[in-house]
Write a protein that binds this ligand. Structure first.
Ligand code: OFO
Length: 173
């Protein structure tokens, strides 16, 4: 890193590149959860619709957290392009399975940035990312707990069973 860029930011350039990608990933998560909320609403799963609406806002919050971290530390953050949002799902279980897959992918991405930050001695980014490490643990646990409810209904999930699950979806507000 040249002395001049060191003056602009203490963040490592390779870490910054991954953080910019993470801004995109969080924005994609926000848009995906919005699509899931709409799907759930259209299929009569009102608690799930509210759950995904809440989580869409949370993901936008995560995106902004990284966005501000970059801007506050001398890096120009880029407004992300959000494309390829899945709108259709096979059923309620599919929605939550896709959510878990998505959260696992985000956890892997966060861990990869932490690993790189550690390797590059970018202590500021490593420290900043600890919040995300905790958050991912919590989110994966939450979705796994929801998916566990589906284990109590048989393969041919009746609408009655699905509605019962929907009623037990935890909301924050
Ligand atoms: Fe951004 O918190 Fe999970 O994905």
């Amino acid at each position: 890193m040249s002395k001049l860029s060191r003056k602009a930011t203490v963040l490592n350039a390779k870490v910054v590149e991954l953080l910019q990608k993470q801004v995109e990933m969080e924005a994609h998560a926000s848009a995906t959860y919005l699509a899931m909320s709409s799907w759930c609403d259209a299929h009569g799963f009102t608690k799930s619709a509210a759950f995904f609406l809440e989580h869409s806002s949370e993901e936008r919050g995560h995106m902004l957290k990284i966005f501000h971290f970059l801007n506050e530390n001398g890096v120009r953050a880029f407004s992300p392009e959000v494309k390829n949002i899945q709108q259709e799902y096979k059923g309620l279980r599919d929605v939550y399975e896709k959510t878990l897959e998505h959260e696992i992918a985000v956890t892997d991405a966060i861990n990869a940035i932490v690993k790189l930050a550690r390797k590059e001695d970018d202590f500021a980014s490593e420290n900043f990312l600890q919040w995300f490490v905790e958050e991912q643990l919590e989110e994966e646990r939450l979705v796994r707990d929801i998916l566990a409810m589906f284990e109590f209904v048989n393969e041919k999930e009746s609408i009655f069973a699905l509605k019962l699950i929907d009623e037990r979806i935890p909301l924050e507000n």
